[in-house]
Design a protein around this ligand. Structure first.
Ligand code: GLA
Length: 640
């Protein structure tokens, strides 16, 4: 069920139309981006990996025309790694793989161009690509000339195996491309934190690790975009949280909409990563949503950013050309929740009415200032708000306040809808529902319910008709009595940096990319800890305390093991992270930026009455290399 809007309070504001992102883009430095808006297109990697050939690429170009995706704005057809032959030709030139690309790249690029599309290719800055094919290291001028001869419009220059300073090598590659006289878009990876470079030899740069077709990965990459909007924009280049996974099958429709919405609001490149030849209607409805694409491609060219977040509810916003603001009310958490903002918070000028358009429901409505939505777990309400509205009906949001349900124990649910007269709650079979007030209900799940998620249906009668909304709750066991290592208690939900699950009572481990490794001992500034969580920032973990605990203590910082790592420290960060704790959505602790080897943060909190404790860390803006972020020695004292 999608979000509905409601008006709660008339907000009077004197704010001017500054939009949510204050800094205007600086004038373009020499060699800066040629792209006024983020690139849109398709890239084979997410779906096909090395099982790619020229036939698939040609059929994809045709499918982009046939499905209308080209006309919706998707212009690039990009071939990623594995197009190359195992070796260069006798003259030292790169060549296409003779079996999978027998017609050669020039013919393929021509085919793509004939369909009104542009052609992109992949190479790497070092000797080898990530798949071990010949890279461009030592051949920049020659390869740039070859690409120009073939009619290439876009080069993805990967980093795998490259040695040297990423800024210098990127600048050299840019110069090689420029020397061909062809205008070529240059996309680079995140090594050397290109969003911090004073000039911009590339047109777009990755800001995160490779995306996977799962929610963890989307979340992690979206979180890495937070705080980076000032580095990107028209005339500067674009932050790239990696290509889209929409339509690849690993996420729910809700999650794919959230993925696409967050990419649009942050002005990310929209490079589809699915099989367009067999695209289904649901996927086409997401990727082809022109109202969302218009946010991504907005003419002001100023990316949006996160305005605020409490680890569960996040408000992301983007100022648009003409003064509108796009806002994503994003639910990172496991239960349905109402998320609010206001015209004033979004920086809109004062008006008596604002038009609000839901970019997924395509419905117009009106508000007097406050904007709220009931958002399902991993979902988003994406809205476009403009000052002034005439002839629109006020929109309503039906929501409830239930988040956790303990097996066998009563939970109160209050249903909320302004102007509603009669209210209802429907729960799964076997649950008790008792109405104890006009809009107040008590629900009880069977004592033997297993931990997990369940859905309620809330209903309300408004102006003579019934409205309903699905509302997901989390069934969680209460914490046991006594002093407890919180890491031993089940987590309600967790996301972790890179692809990899966080470690319980271990550090993330000295091997940066290992999913099955046992991790290492938790160690901060020389002190060892038996208990705790080993995470890779950005991450979040949520625990249900049920209002039954007194105190929470922990030591937080970047694990000492990072000091011993030889890779990837030379390229990037030393290992930094910032830790925050939210008690029922209220921020109760902030560590500031912690650096490996530096003093850790000591946490000692009074958590009486707190139902949910949410531990959040992020990578402190320098990219999430080496950010092994420990919640060490987590202790909670509970009385049941
Ligand atoms: C790296 C990149 C990916 C993809 C692969 C190909 O991992 O980040 O996007 O290009 O290489 O080998």
């Amino acid at each position: 069920m999608r979000a509905l809007l409601m008006i709660a309070v008339v907000l009077v504001s004197t704010a001017t139309a500054v939009g949510p992102v204050a800094a205007a883009p600086a004038p373009a430095p020499p060699g800066a981006t040629r792209l006024a808006t983020p690139p849109m297109g398709w890239n084979h990697w997410n779906h096909f990996r090395c099982r790619i050939d020229e036939k698939i690429v040609r059929e994809t170009a045709d499918a982009m025309v046939r499905t209308g995706l080209r006309d919706a704005g998707y212009r690039y057809v990009n071939v990623d790694d594995c197009w190359e032959a195992e070796s260069r030709d006798a003259a030292g030139r790169l060549r296409a793989h003779p079996v999978t690309f027998p017609g050669g790249i020039k013919a393929l690029a021509d085919y793509v161009h004939e369909r009104g599309l542009r052609f992109g290719i992949y190479t790497a800055a070092g000797d080898k690509t990530c798949e071990g094919r010949p890279g461009s290291g030592g051949h920049y001028a020659r390869d740039a000339a070859t690409f120009a001869e073939w009619g290439v419009d876009y080069v993805k220059l990967d980093w795998c195996g490259a040695k040297g300073d990423p800024h210098r090598l990127t600048s050299e590659f840019r110069a090689a491309l420029d020397a061909t006289g062809r205008s070529v878009t240059l996309a680079v990876s995140r090594h050397g934190a290109p969003w911090r470079w004073p000039d911009r030899p590339a047109d777009l740069w990755r800001t995160s690790a490779d995306i996977d077709d799962n929610w963890h990965s989307v979340l992690r990459n979206a979180q890495e975009q937070a705080g980076l909007s000032g580095a990107a924009g028209a005339g500067r280049g674009w932050n790239d949280p990696d290509m889209l996974q929409v339509g690849n099958g690993g996420m729910s429709a809700e999650e794919y909409r959230a993925h696409f919405s967050l990419w649009a609001i942050t002005g990310a490149p929209l490079l589809m990563g699915n099989d367009i030849r067999s695209i289904d209607k649901a996927t086409l409805d997401v990727l082809g949503n022109r109202e969302v694409i218009a946010v991504d491609q907005d003419a002001l060219g100023r990316p949006g950013d996160r305005l605020r977040g409490d680890g569960t509810r996040e408000v992301w916003a983007r100022g648009l050309a003409g003064g509108d603001v796009a806002v994503a009310l994003f639910n990172r958490g496991p239960y349905t929740t109402e998320i609010r903002t206001s015209a004033a918070e979004l920086g809109l000028p004062f008006a008596h009415r604002y038009a609000v358009r839901d970019l997924w429901l395509h419905g117009p409505s009106m508000t007097r200032g406050e904007i709220a939505a009931s958002v399902p777990p991993h979902g988003v309400a994406l809205l476009r708000v403009s000052a002034g509205a005439a002839g629109l009906e006020e929109r309503v949001t039906l929501s409830g306040d239930a988040s956790f349900v303990e097996p066998g124990k009563k939970t109160v649910v209050r249903v909320n809808l302004r102007g509603g007269t009669t209210f209802g709650v429907r729960a799964p079979e076997g649950w008790l529902v008792r109405k104890t007030g006009v809009a107040r209900f008590e629900i009880t799940a069977p004592a033997n319910s297993v931990a997990g998620k369940e859905s309620l249906t809330l209903s309300a009668k408004h102006r003579g008709r019934w409205i309903t909304v699905a509302h997901t709750v989390v069934i969680a066991p209460p914490p046991p009595r006594g002093v407890l290592a919180l890491s031993d208690h089940p987590r309600v939900e967790a996301e972790n940096g890179w692809y990899l699950p966080m470690k319980v009572n271990r550090s993330f481990g000295p091997d940066d990319f290992c999913a099955d490794c046992p991790g290492g001992p938790l160690s901060l500034a020389g002190k060892r800890f038996d208990k705790g969580l080993g995470t890779y920032a950005s991450s979040q973990a949520s625990y249900y305390l049920g209002g039954m605990c007194r105190s929470f203590a922990a030591t937080v910082g970047v694990d000492d093991e990072v000091l011993g790592m030889t890779w990837p420290r030379p390229h990037n960060a030393v290992g930094t992270a910032a830790f925050s704790i939210y008690a029922d959505g209220r921020r109760v602790y902030d560590s500031g930026i912690r650096t490996v080897g530096g003093p850790p943060g000591e946490v000692d909190l009074d958590v009486r009455g707190v139902r949910e404790l949410r531990l959040v860390n992020h990578s402190a803006g320098d990219g999430n290399f080496a950010d092994h972020a420990d919640w060490a020695g987590m202790r909670v004292e509970c009385a049941n």
